[in-house]
Design a protein around this ligand. Structure first.
Ligand code: NAD
Length: 318
């Protein structure tokens, strides 16, 4: 089976490409390289450089494909606040273009990168798939709009679709040709930034007076290889005329201070940090209920925080 991976030159998409190839799938990648890297891709995939905003390019990329993993998106929360039109265009219009071209090409199977940001500030922890959706950023709102469009396409056109709502994705994978890990600019994620923390430029912690065990925020982290193994399971589990929404996390949370301790242990040195005031809009705790992923996908995350940190560190060493 040939799978179209949109955004396959990005962090998560390129790990998907590697694991799909490992499992014997043929792969086509569609990516405009706006935040992705051509050198993240192996030589044995078909690469189509272009945007999901261009219907003719999507149609070309879908040639011989039977399924799509749709990662291509803009995904920085602060940038989405500054440029909401860009986010609506790429994330919503780009995804609707893709759905339209899939219908024309008779490609009926879709796995979509949704996000925990669709939920906003949770009323109940852990967050289940029926928790209220009240995104606090344009980014989260665009992903929620795409989830709704996919639900419609499943009802209307018989699409077999699964949206996976990721919590915080971390780690990398070591291939024969080297590590694939996060290469975002700017990097907004905690663990890669922690590895760069210095006494002259320490990482900032936003508040130590939250109602949590050590006063710092608690977040749910998932290793990128566990995440992609769930995507491959979702590709097989999607059913015609149905759109399932499934959370992907580890199902347990770590406080910011626990992540700093784990990263310090991996480095063998105490990492510097600066305690600052709370940041507006940060929920105290974000943890996923992953029982639906366990049941519907027969999936279980197996890589712990130490491995997430170690892999990120190893990848940063090159
Ligand atoms: N990293 C996380 O923790 C996280 C959490 C939740 C959801 N997600 C979602 O996962 C997906 C992948 O995230 P990532 O961290 O790998 O980001 P990334 O920026 O590394 O990857 C996105 C890829 O999409 C490509 N792209 C962007 N706009 C495009 C367009 N118009 N046409 C074609 N390609 C385009 C980029 O060049 C890049 O290769 C995104 O949809 C993101 O919203 C990520």
């Amino acid at each position: 089976m040939r799978v179209l991976v949109t955004g396959g030159a990005g962090y998560i998409g390129s790990v998907a490409v590697a694991l799909l190839r490992r499992d014997g799938y043929d792969v086509t990648v569609l990516d405009d390289l706006s935040t992705g890297h051509r050198d993240s891709l192996p030589a044995d995939v078909r690469f189509v450089e272009g945007s999901v905003l261009n219907s003719a390019i999507i149609a070309d990329a879908l040639t011989d494909c039977e399924a799509v993993m749709h990662f291509a998106a803009k995904s920085l929360v602060p940038e989405s606040v500054a440029k909401p039109e860009l986010y609506h265009d790429v994330n919503v219009n780009g995804s609707k273009n893709l759905l339209a071209q899939m219908k024309l090409a008779g490609v009926n199977r879709l796995v979509f990168s949704s996000t925990a940001a669709t939920y906003g500030e949770p009323e109940v922890i852990p967050i289940t798939e029926i928790s209220q959706t009240n995104p606090t950023s344009p980014y989260g709102a665009t992903k929620l709009e795409v989830d709704h469009a996919i639900t419609e396409a499943a009802k209307r056109d018989g699409l077999a679709a699964i949206s996976l709502r990721y919590f915080n994705v971390v780690g990398g994978i070591k291939l024969d040709r080297g590590w694939i890990s996060e290469r975002h600019t700017p990097e907004t994620h905690l663990i890669p930034n922690l590895l760069r923390s210095t006494s002259a430029n320490p990482i900032k912690i936003f508040g130590n007076d939250w109602p949590t065990k050590d006063g710092t925020c608690i977040r749910d982290y998932i290793h990128v290889v566990d995440l992609i193994e769930a995507h491959i399971a979702a590709l097989k589990a999607a059913k015609t005329g149905s759109h399932e929404i499934i959370n992907l996390g580890s199902g347990s949370g770590y406080s910011i201070l626990e992540v700093i301790a784990a990263t310090s242990a991996a480095l063998g040195t105490e990492l510097p940090y600066e305690m600052t005031a709370r940041r507006a809009g940060d929920p105290a705790v974000l943890v996923a209920d992953i029982s639906k992923a366990r049941t519907l996908l027969g999936w279980q995350p197996t890589r712990d925080l130490a491995q997430m940190v170690n892999d990120t560190y190893e990848a940063a060493q090159g």
